[in-house]
Design a binder for this molecule. Structure first.
Ligand SMILES: [Zn+2]
Length: 331
Protein backbone atom coordinates (compact mmCIF):
# COMPACT_ATOMS: atom_id res chain seq x y z
CA UNK A 1 0.00 0.00 0.00
CA UNK A 2 1.39 3.43 -0.89
CA UNK A 3 1.39 6.11 1.78
CA UNK A 4 2.07 9.37 0.03
CA UNK A 5 0.65 11.64 2.71
CA UNK A 6 3.49 12.07 5.20
CA UNK A 7 2.87 11.11 8.79
CA UNK A 8 3.27 14.03 11.15
CA UNK A 9 3.63 13.90 14.91
CA UNK A 10 4.57 16.26 17.66
CA UNK A 11 8.23 15.29 17.49
CA UNK A 12 8.72 15.92 13.76
CA UNK A 13 6.66 19.12 13.99
CA UNK A 14 8.84 20.53 16.79
CA UNK A 15 12.05 19.38 15.14
CA UNK A 16 10.94 20.92 11.84
CA UNK A 17 10.14 24.29 13.42
CA UNK A 18 13.50 24.36 15.19
CA UNK A 19 15.33 23.45 12.00
CA UNK A 20 13.63 26.35 10.18
CA UNK A 21 14.55 28.78 12.95
CA UNK A 22 18.14 27.56 12.99
CA UNK A 23 18.33 27.93 9.19
CA UNK A 24 17.10 31.51 9.43
CA UNK A 25 19.79 32.28 12.03
CA UNK A 26 22.53 30.89 9.86
CA UNK A 27 21.44 32.69 6.71
CA UNK A 28 21.01 36.11 8.27
CA UNK A 29 24.13 35.96 10.43
CA UNK A 30 24.73 39.10 12.46
CA UNK A 31 21.54 40.64 13.82
CA UNK A 32 19.77 37.46 14.73
CA UNK A 33 16.84 38.55 16.87
CA UNK A 34 15.02 40.83 14.38
CA UNK A 35 15.82 38.38 11.58
CA UNK A 36 14.36 35.53 13.58
CA UNK A 37 11.18 37.50 14.26
CA UNK A 38 10.90 38.48 10.60
CA UNK A 39 11.47 35.02 9.23
CA UNK A 40 9.27 33.08 11.61
CA UNK A 41 6.56 35.44 12.81
CA UNK A 42 5.41 37.36 9.78
CA UNK A 43 2.53 36.12 7.69
CA UNK A 44 1.01 32.65 7.89
CA UNK A 45 2.45 29.42 6.55
CA UNK A 46 0.08 27.21 4.60
CA UNK A 47 -0.28 23.84 6.22
CA UNK A 48 -2.07 20.55 6.22
CA UNK A 49 -4.06 18.50 8.73
CA UNK A 50 -4.05 14.70 8.72
CA UNK A 51 -6.96 12.42 9.60
CA UNK A 52 -8.27 8.99 8.62
CA UNK A 53 -11.55 7.74 7.20
CA UNK A 54 -11.52 3.95 7.64
CA UNK A 55 -8.39 2.81 5.83
CA UNK A 56 -8.18 5.97 3.70
CA UNK A 57 -5.50 8.44 4.75
CA UNK A 58 -6.84 11.98 4.38
CA UNK A 59 -5.55 15.51 4.68
CA UNK A 60 -7.00 18.98 4.59
CA UNK A 61 -4.58 21.17 2.62
CA UNK A 62 -4.61 24.96 2.84
CA UNK A 63 -4.50 26.81 -0.47
CA UNK A 64 -4.32 30.08 1.50
CA UNK A 65 -7.00 32.70 2.15
CA UNK A 66 -9.38 34.90 0.20
CA UNK A 67 -10.62 38.34 1.19
CA UNK A 68 -14.12 39.35 0.12
CA UNK A 69 -16.41 42.20 1.20
CA UNK A 70 -18.43 41.22 4.29
CA UNK A 71 -21.62 42.44 2.62
CA UNK A 72 -21.32 39.48 0.18
CA UNK A 73 -22.21 37.18 3.10
CA UNK A 74 -25.96 37.80 2.95
CA UNK A 75 -27.51 39.58 -0.01
CA UNK A 76 -31.07 39.01 1.27
CA UNK A 77 -30.52 40.61 4.70
CA UNK A 78 -30.58 44.31 5.65
CA UNK A 79 -27.04 45.61 6.19
CA UNK A 80 -27.77 46.52 9.83
CA UNK A 81 -28.99 43.02 10.65
CA UNK A 82 -25.92 41.41 9.09
CA UNK A 83 -23.59 43.82 10.89
CA UNK A 84 -25.26 43.19 14.22
CA UNK A 85 -24.82 39.44 13.74
CA UNK A 86 -21.18 39.84 12.70
CA UNK A 87 -20.51 41.99 15.76
CA UNK A 88 -22.11 39.42 18.08
CA UNK A 89 -19.81 36.77 16.62
CA UNK A 90 -16.57 38.81 16.76
CA UNK A 91 -16.33 38.87 12.97
CA UNK A 92 -15.00 41.82 10.93
CA UNK A 93 -17.68 44.15 9.56
CA UNK A 94 -16.00 45.09 6.31
CA UNK A 95 -14.09 42.01 5.18
CA UNK A 96 -14.75 38.31 5.15
CA UNK A 97 -11.45 36.46 5.26
CA UNK A 98 -12.13 32.99 4.02
CA UNK A 99 -9.94 29.90 4.26
CA UNK A 100 -9.61 27.52 1.34
CA UNK A 101 -9.29 23.88 2.41
CA UNK A 102 -8.63 21.26 -0.22
CA UNK A 103 -9.13 17.56 0.46
CA UNK A 104 -6.49 14.95 -0.39
CA UNK A 105 -7.24 11.25 0.02
CA UNK A 106 -4.82 8.36 -0.28
CA UNK A 107 -6.94 5.24 -0.76
CA UNK A 108 -3.85 3.01 -0.86
CA UNK A 109 -4.36 2.63 -4.59
CA UNK A 110 -5.14 6.12 -5.75
CA UNK A 111 -4.23 9.62 -4.66
CA UNK A 112 -7.37 11.72 -5.04
CA UNK A 113 -7.49 15.52 -4.81
CA UNK A 114 -10.78 17.41 -4.46
CA UNK A 115 -10.46 20.77 -6.26
CA UNK A 116 -7.09 22.35 -6.94
CA UNK A 117 -7.21 25.88 -5.52
CA UNK A 118 -6.80 29.28 -7.15
CA UNK A 119 -3.49 29.08 -8.96
CA UNK A 120 -1.47 32.30 -9.40
CA UNK A 121 -4.08 34.49 -11.07
CA UNK A 122 -6.88 35.06 -8.54
CA UNK A 123 -5.82 36.54 -5.17
CA UNK A 124 -2.21 36.75 -4.06
CA UNK A 125 -3.03 35.29 -0.65
CA UNK A 126 -4.26 32.05 -2.27
CA UNK A 127 -2.81 29.56 -4.75
CA UNK A 128 -0.48 27.95 -2.21
CA UNK A 129 -1.23 24.31 -3.07
CA UNK A 130 1.74 23.64 -5.40
CA UNK A 131 4.21 24.91 -2.78
CA UNK A 132 2.47 22.91 -0.06
CA UNK A 133 2.55 19.68 -2.07
CA UNK A 134 6.25 20.25 -2.61
CA UNK A 135 6.90 20.59 1.11
CA UNK A 136 4.91 17.39 1.65
CA UNK A 137 7.07 15.57 -0.91
CA UNK A 138 4.15 14.91 -3.24
CA UNK A 139 4.92 15.30 -6.95
CA UNK A 140 2.09 16.67 -9.12
CA UNK A 141 2.54 13.55 -11.27
CA UNK A 142 1.50 11.39 -8.30
CA UNK A 143 -2.07 12.74 -8.27
CA UNK A 144 -4.27 10.04 -9.90
CA UNK A 145 -7.63 11.78 -9.76
CA UNK A 146 -8.88 15.35 -9.46
CA UNK A 147 -12.52 15.60 -8.38
CA UNK A 148 -14.15 18.99 -8.95
CA UNK A 149 -16.97 20.38 -6.79
CA UNK A 150 -17.59 23.38 -9.08
CA UNK A 151 -15.76 25.72 -11.43
CA UNK A 152 -15.35 28.94 -9.41
CA UNK A 153 -11.84 30.50 -9.55
CA UNK A 154 -10.76 29.39 -6.06
CA UNK A 155 -11.54 25.76 -6.97
CA UNK A 156 -10.30 25.31 -10.56
CA UNK A 157 -7.95 28.09 -11.59
CA UNK A 158 -5.09 25.92 -10.40
CA UNK A 159 -5.84 23.21 -12.99
CA UNK A 160 -3.36 24.51 -15.54
CA UNK A 161 0.12 25.84 -14.80
CA UNK A 162 1.14 29.46 -14.22
CA UNK A 163 1.84 29.93 -17.93
CA UNK A 164 -1.74 28.77 -18.61
CA UNK A 165 -0.54 26.06 -20.94
CA UNK A 166 0.00 22.62 -19.41
CA UNK A 167 -2.12 20.64 -16.94
CA UNK A 168 -0.57 20.93 -13.52
CA UNK A 169 -1.51 17.31 -12.66
CA UNK A 170 -0.58 15.55 -15.91
CA UNK A 171 -1.41 11.98 -14.88
CA UNK A 172 -4.79 12.69 -13.29
CA UNK A 173 -8.21 11.66 -14.46
CA UNK A 174 -10.63 14.55 -13.89
CA UNK A 175 -14.20 14.21 -12.59
CA UNK A 176 -16.86 16.92 -12.90
CA UNK A 177 -20.64 17.17 -13.18
CA UNK A 178 -21.52 17.42 -16.89
CA UNK A 179 -23.99 20.20 -16.00
CA UNK A 180 -21.18 22.26 -14.48
CA UNK A 181 -18.81 21.73 -17.41
CA UNK A 182 -21.50 22.61 -19.95
CA UNK A 183 -22.66 25.69 -18.05
CA UNK A 184 -19.25 27.35 -17.93
CA UNK A 185 -18.34 26.34 -21.48
CA UNK A 186 -21.63 27.36 -23.11
CA UNK A 187 -21.25 29.96 -25.87
CA UNK A 188 -23.78 32.34 -24.23
CA UNK A 189 -22.35 32.09 -20.70
CA UNK A 190 -21.67 35.83 -20.43
CA UNK A 191 -25.38 36.60 -20.87
CA UNK A 192 -26.16 34.43 -17.82
CA UNK A 193 -23.77 36.14 -15.43
CA UNK A 194 -23.47 39.65 -13.99
CA UNK A 195 -20.58 41.57 -15.54
CA UNK A 196 -18.58 41.61 -12.29
CA UNK A 197 -17.99 37.86 -12.64
CA UNK A 198 -17.44 37.59 -16.39
CA UNK A 199 -13.80 36.88 -15.53
CA UNK A 200 -15.01 33.76 -13.66
CA UNK A 201 -16.38 32.35 -16.91
CA UNK A 202 -13.29 33.16 -18.93
CA UNK A 203 -11.08 31.63 -16.23
CA UNK A 204 -13.23 28.49 -16.02
CA UNK A 205 -12.99 28.03 -19.78
CA UNK A 206 -9.24 28.63 -19.76
CA UNK A 207 -8.80 25.91 -17.13
CA UNK A 208 -11.46 23.36 -18.11
CA UNK A 209 -11.27 23.31 -21.90
CA UNK A 210 -7.67 22.06 -22.23
CA UNK A 211 -8.63 19.12 -20.02
CA UNK A 212 -11.84 18.17 -21.83
CA UNK A 213 -10.31 14.92 -23.16
CA UNK A 214 -9.33 13.83 -19.66
CA UNK A 215 -12.70 14.62 -18.07
CA UNK A 216 -15.08 11.96 -16.81
CA UNK A 217 -18.55 13.46 -16.59
CA UNK A 218 -20.45 12.31 -13.54
CA UNK A 219 -24.02 12.63 -12.32
CA UNK A 220 -25.45 13.37 -8.87
CA UNK A 221 -25.91 10.09 -6.96
CA UNK A 222 -23.29 8.26 -8.99
CA UNK A 223 -20.56 6.18 -7.34
CA UNK A 224 -17.78 7.01 -9.79
CA UNK A 225 -14.90 5.27 -7.97
CA UNK A 226 -15.16 2.63 -5.23
CA UNK A 227 -16.16 4.52 -2.07
CA UNK A 228 -16.65 7.87 -3.84
CA UNK A 229 -20.21 9.11 -4.46
CA UNK A 230 -21.45 12.43 -5.88
CA UNK A 231 -24.30 14.34 -4.19
CA UNK A 232 -26.50 16.96 -5.85
CA UNK A 233 -25.89 20.33 -4.19
CA UNK A 234 -26.76 22.59 -7.10
CA UNK A 235 -27.43 26.24 -6.28
CA UNK A 236 -24.04 27.72 -5.48
CA UNK A 237 -23.40 26.93 -9.15
CA UNK A 238 -25.73 25.03 -11.52
CA UNK A 239 -23.75 21.78 -11.35
CA UNK A 240 -22.24 22.00 -7.88
CA UNK A 241 -21.51 18.58 -6.37
CA UNK A 242 -20.62 17.51 -2.85
CA UNK A 243 -19.15 14.08 -2.21
CA UNK A 244 -19.38 11.17 0.21
CA UNK A 245 -16.14 9.25 0.68
CA UNK A 246 -16.54 5.96 2.56
CA UNK A 247 -14.15 3.34 3.87
CA UNK A 248 -14.83 0.64 6.48
CA UNK A 249 -18.11 2.15 7.78
CA UNK A 250 -16.66 5.65 8.15
CA UNK A 251 -17.78 8.43 5.85
CA UNK A 252 -16.43 11.86 5.03
CA UNK A 253 -18.69 14.50 3.51
CA UNK A 254 -16.78 16.87 1.22
CA UNK A 255 -19.13 19.84 1.09
CA UNK A 256 -17.40 22.12 -1.41
CA UNK A 257 -19.19 25.49 -1.20
CA UNK A 258 -22.58 24.22 -0.01
CA UNK A 259 -21.60 25.97 3.21
CA UNK A 260 -19.33 28.98 2.85
CA UNK A 261 -19.24 30.37 6.39
CA UNK A 262 -18.79 28.56 9.70
CA UNK A 263 -21.34 30.69 11.57
CA UNK A 264 -23.72 32.15 8.99
CA UNK A 265 -24.22 29.05 6.82
CA UNK A 266 -25.01 27.00 9.93
CA UNK A 267 -26.99 29.38 12.13
CA UNK A 268 -28.73 31.13 9.23
CA UNK A 269 -28.78 28.71 6.28
CA UNK A 270 -31.48 30.92 4.70
CA UNK A 271 -29.10 33.84 4.35
CA UNK A 272 -27.91 33.88 0.76
CA UNK A 273 -24.31 34.76 -0.05
CA UNK A 274 -23.84 36.86 -3.16
CA UNK A 275 -21.68 34.06 -4.56
CA UNK A 276 -24.66 31.64 -4.77
CA UNK A 277 -25.90 31.53 -8.37
CA UNK A 278 -29.41 30.31 -7.50
CA UNK A 279 -29.93 31.46 -3.91
CA UNK A 280 -33.18 29.56 -3.19
CA UNK A 281 -31.90 26.26 -4.58
CA UNK A 282 -28.63 26.69 -2.66
CA UNK A 283 -30.58 27.19 0.60
CA UNK A 284 -32.65 24.05 -0.02
CA UNK A 285 -29.61 21.89 -0.76
CA UNK A 286 -27.54 23.43 2.06
CA UNK A 287 -30.21 22.44 4.61
CA UNK A 288 -30.56 18.97 3.09
CA UNK A 289 -26.81 18.41 3.25
CA UNK A 290 -26.47 19.64 6.84
CA UNK A 291 -29.41 17.44 7.88
CA UNK A 292 -27.67 14.44 6.34
CA UNK A 293 -24.40 15.29 8.11
CA UNK A 294 -26.12 15.79 11.49
CA UNK A 295 -28.41 12.75 11.26
CA UNK A 296 -25.69 10.33 10.15
CA UNK A 297 -23.02 11.98 12.34
CA UNK A 298 -20.72 12.26 9.34
CA UNK A 299 -17.20 13.68 9.42
CA UNK A 300 -17.33 16.86 7.34
CA UNK A 301 -14.77 18.96 5.51
CA UNK A 302 -15.80 22.49 4.51
CA UNK A 303 -13.80 24.33 1.86
CA UNK A 304 -14.25 27.79 3.36
CA UNK A 305 -14.52 26.90 7.05
CA UNK A 306 -11.71 27.85 9.45
CA UNK A 307 -8.65 25.68 8.70
CA UNK A 308 -8.56 22.71 8.69
CA UNK A 309 -12.33 22.82 8.19
CA UNK A 310 -12.75 19.26 9.46
CA UNK A 311 -15.39 18.42 12.05
CA UNK A 312 -19.06 17.62 12.56
CA UNK A 313 -22.38 19.40 12.26
CA UNK A 314 -24.75 19.43 15.21
CA UNK A 315 -28.49 20.13 14.96
CA UNK A 316 -30.76 21.21 17.77
CA UNK A 317 -34.17 22.93 17.60
CA UNK A 318 -33.82 23.55 13.87
CA UNK A 319 -30.43 25.31 14.15
CA UNK A 320 -27.04 23.92 13.17
CA UNK A 321 -23.62 24.42 14.68
CA UNK A 322 -20.03 23.67 13.68
CA UNK A 323 -18.06 21.29 15.90
CA UNK A 324 -14.41 21.32 14.82
CA UNK A 325 -12.15 18.29 15.10
CA UNK A 326 -9.90 18.02 18.10
CA UNK A 327 -6.26 17.79 17.05
CA UNK A 328 -4.69 14.37 17.13
CA UNK A 329 -1.03 14.29 16.22
CA UNK A 330 -0.84 10.52 16.52
CA UNK A 331 -2.99 9.74 13.46
ZN1 LIG B 1 -15.20 28.64 -3.05
Amino acid sequence: MRTLIPQINRRTFVTGSMATAAGALMVTGIDTRPALAKSTLSGQAPGYYRFNIGKFKCASLSDGTLTLPAEFLARNMPKEKLEEFLKQNYLPLTENISQTNLTLIDTGEKLVLFDVGSGENFQESAGKLPALLETMGIEPEAIDAVVITHAHPDHVWGLIDEFEEAPRYPNAQYYINATEFDFWNSSDILTKLPERIHSFALGAQRNLKPLAEKMTFIKPGQEFMPGFQALDTAGHTPGHLSYLVSSEKETLLVTGDSMTHFVISLQHPDWQPLTDFDGDLAVKNRKKLMDLAATDRLRVIGYHLPFPGVGHIGKKDGAYRWIPDGWNWEL
